[in-house]
Ligand binder design. Structure first.
Ligand code: NAP
Ligand code: ZN
Length: 349
């Protein structure tokens, strides 16, 4: 099937229109028309090849909501017309212990990325959701719950699950003291989801500019991370801190915030961090961890949780041809709090 999208052609040129093929429908595939696609900071990292594994042209986008156009002969869960969603993975081995546990993101053979991945059968490069159509195997397709506004839900598929998963892994519940570093796409979802679980949430931001927003999102307070006095006063006062900072940074600013046995989980920077001291870790028996997205079953659980609690991202809708401007604004942390592309703005090929 021929489709139309927007691709990065090199690391330092703006995204431009791109016509390409989606694979023929396999028996276990769902083909969908993409209606909305969120703009994740990972899309920008990938377009610029910050992580070294991009190819060109590459079509970013892994926060995808659409409508089923056709299904393969063996597909049981979906029918034409259903509202469905796809996140950061489109396949995995489905055989290893992690896949069997429903942790496909941790597949021993590596999951297949929605973009910057390789199809497990043909070996062709995968291409993401900045496009009109997508073909995906049934098991990696999510159901949009009734009652969730499909024009706003797309960012749940990455920003949502990437923050929901560590909140669940580290057992956040009513009264848990949760810190969120960086109020961007992931950060604002971390706040909403942790508040939905009953946690006492603190936003850690570089300035006080987003204070009113943080409170409106449900946080109890905003702590300015450059205010040394305020940071010292908050020492040892968190059960879990979620770090969404998208660049190399210094953890020594944040590890003293953890209580005994508490964890700082990195979900933001993929790559090196600044040299850090083990002193706060040793003396306070504190932990630093990482977490990648979340499994398919948990992604469905998160969507259902959001539908039940009426949790939706704060979105700024853009046209496909505004993507380069959106990337520039995202780099300046000038987005409140997720761009979503209305795919109707992209003419069919
Ligand atoms: P985003 O919307 O750009 O938000 C990042 C936030 O971090 C900004 O709003 C800003 O908050 C803060 N920040 C930005 N630059 C900073 C700097 N130089 N120093 C300190 N803080 C800074 O990005 P996002 O879409 O949330 O993504 C965040 C990161 O998560 C990206 O690196 C992305 O690749 C990664 N990611 C990882 C996974 C995973 O599976 N673990 C999944 C998705 C995304 P303040 O203005 O409040 O300081
Ligand atoms: Zn993402």
């Amino acid at each position: 099937m021929q489709t139309q999208g927007y691709a990065a052609y090199t690391r330092d040129t703006p995204l431009k229109p791109y016509v390409f093929q989606r694979r023929e429908l396999r028996a276990n595939d769902v083909s969908m028309e993409i209606l909305y696609c969120g703009v994740c900071h990972s899309d920008l990292h990938t377009a610029r090849n910050d992580w070294g594994w991009s190819y060109y042209p590459i079509v970013p986008g892994h926060e995808i909501v659409g409508r089923v156009l056709a299904v393969g002969a063996a597909v049981k869960r979906y029918k034409v017309g259903d509202h469905v969603a796809v996140g950061c993975m489109v396949d995995s081995c489905m055989e290893c212990d992690q896949c069997k546990k429903g942790e496909e993101q941790l597949c021993r053979e590596g999951n297949t990325g929605t973009y910057a991945g390789r199809d497990r059968i043909t070996g062709e490069n995968t291409q993401g959701g900045y496009s009109k159509h997508l073909v995906v195997r049934e098991e990696f397709c999510l159901r949009m719950p009734d009652g969730l506004d499909i024009s706003k839900a797309a960012p749940l598929l990455c920003a949502g699950i990437t923050t929901y998963s560590p909140l669940r892994t580290w057992g956040v519940k009513a009264g848990s003291r949760v810190g969120v570093i960086g109020l961007g796409g992931l950060g604002h979802m971390a706040v909403k989801l942790a508040v939905g679980m009953g946690a006492d949430v603190t936003v850690l931001s570089r300035t006080a500019d987003k204070e009113a927003d943080a409170l409106k999102l449900g946080a109890a307070r905003l702590l300015v991370s450059s205010d040394a006095d305020a940071m010292a006063k908050a020492g040892s006062s968190f059960d879990l801190v979620i770090d969404t900072v998208p660049v190399k940074h210094n953890l020594d600013l944040y590890t003293p915030l953890l209580d005994v046995d508490a964890t700082l989980v990195i979900v933001g920077q993929v790559g090196p961090i600044e040299e850090a001291s083990t002193v706060p870790l040793l003396l306070g028996r504190r932990r630093v961890a990482g977490s990648p997205i979340g499994g398919i079953a948990q992604t469905q659980e998160m969507l259902d949780f959001c539908a039940e609690k009426n949790i939706l991202p704060d979105c700024e809708m853009i046209r496909m041809d505004q993507i380069n401007e959106a990337f520039e604004r995202m780099e300046k942390a000038d987005v409140r709090y997720r761009f979503v592309i209305d795919m109707a703005s992209l003419p069919a090929a």
